[in-house]
Each structure stands twice: as C-alpha cells, then as structure tokens.
Design a protein around this ligand. Structure first.
Ligand code: C5P
Length: 215
C-alpha cells in the first residue's frame, strides 16, 4: 500500500519570529511511518517541525503551518491508498500575521485575532465522495479527547466520513507510550493498553491493511 502520513504540531506564525503551536512531539506519526515501512509499504511522511529523525526509506516532506500541510496533503493525496492524519493541526491561525516583528511599544495589551484553519481531514473524507478515483482510499483520523472519549471520537469519524478513528487522551501528547482506542468503521472499539507507540502503530497498520483488503 502507499501510505500518506502527517505528523507533528503545526506552527502558526504571529510575526516572522513568533508562532502558536502545541505540545505534539510527532512520535505517533513517525512510529506509524516506521511501522508501515517495516510491513513493506511505501510511505510519504508530511511533517511539521519535530526533534525526530525521519525513518529511512520514507519520502519526507517538511511543512510548518496548517496551510502548508494542507497544500502538501493535496499534492500527495491522489497517489496514496491511505491517509493517516496523525498531525496535531492547529485549529486556529492568526488572521493577520505581522510582516515585521511586533514591538512591545508602550506595554499596551496585545489582542490576537485568530481565524479557523482548513480541516484537512474533512477535505480528504469528502474527496472520496465527490471523486470516484478516490473512493477506495482509507482515511484515518486521530481524536484527542479529555471527555466522553469514545462518543466524541465516533461522532468525529462519522462527521468527517472516515474509515477509522484513533482516540486518546491529552496524556498521549509528547509521551512515548499511550493508551489508544481504535474504532474501525466496520467493527467495535479496540482498546490498546499502555503500549509504546511503536507497538501500537503496528496494530493500527494491521487494522488498516484489513480494511483495505475489503475494498
Ligand atoms: O476535529 P479535530 O481537530 O478534533 O480532529 C482531529 C483530527 O483532524 C486529527 O486527525 C487531525 O490531524 C485532523 N485535523 C485536520 N485539520 C485541521 C484540524 C485537525 O486534518 N485543521
């Protein structure tokens, strides 16, 4: 299979030297890329900045912002059999980033106006409905939920027309292990107890292979 995987937390620039981001380490996406490669698949990894080394054998694309990640996903989506959006994409970005470094002149309060970013995963889910060429693709999302984990994640899966959702709690952010809840569209929830992201990634890839075989 040809996998397109996103990873890391995007950076949304306020001015040329400052940005808004999140605590994502990128480990989940990188572990998924490594697991897919190990299983013999082709992998393109689109990564927001992380401290990690890209797995050998992956086509590696670096981006910073949600807008750049969206552009890169659009460029590579047609060639993939499966998109996994493991990246922590910022939901909001500065509405009018300053071209020059913002000064703290006068110590006045600074109010930042934010606007929503494009929902890349929703776009991908929709593509499969509007274009027959994309219909056989598998689209997988992640959901980070601190309340009603399974119910919220399942709603997200249906709302964004995904084949599978992987849900976890904020404890998974920037951690090497995590408890994951996987919901494939055609079967019940699978709970993966506290496991290293390398091991849970293998399980996720296996589940995707199963879904793809049924296409
Ligand atoms: O709706 P929510 O942001 O919780 O959904 C999380 C999922 O959506 C993740 O898979 C994330 O990569 C993806 N996402 C996206 N584009 C955004 C925000 C989130 O693709 N702008």
């Amino acid at each position: 299979m040809r996998f397109l995987i996103t990873a890391g937390g995007t950076r949304e620039y306020i001015d040329p030297v400052r940005f808004i981001s999140n605590a994502s380490s990128g480990r989940m996406g990188y572990a998924l890329a490594a697991a897919a490669l190990k299983a013999g698949h082709e992998v393109t990894l689109i990564s927001a900045p992380t401290a990690l080394k890209p797995p050998a054998g992956a086509t590696f694309v670096t981006v910073e912002s949600a807008a750049e990640m969206f552009k890169a996903v659009k460029e590579h989506f047609a060639r993939c059999d499966c998109l996994i959006m493991a990246a922590a994409v910022a939901d909001f970005t500065p509405a009018r980033p300053s071209k020059t470094k913002i000064k703290k002149d006068g110590g006045l309060k600074l109010t930042l106006q934010l606007k929503p970013t494009p929902d890349i995963l929703r776009w991908a889910g929709r593509q499969r409905r509007v274009c027959t060429a994309h219909r056989s693709k598998i689209v997988v999302g992640f959901a980070l939920e601190d309340r009603n984990l399974r119910a919220n994640a399942e709603r997200k899966m249906r709302d964004k027309r995904l084949d599978m959702i992987v849900a976890n709690t904020p404890a998974a952010l920037n951690a090497t292990t995590s408890v994951l809840h996987i919901k494939p569209i055609d079967s019940d929830w699978i709970e993966i107890s506290e496991l290293h992201k390398t091991a849970s990634s293998r399980r996720i890839i296996r589940e995707i292979e199963r879904l793809f075989r049924q296409r």
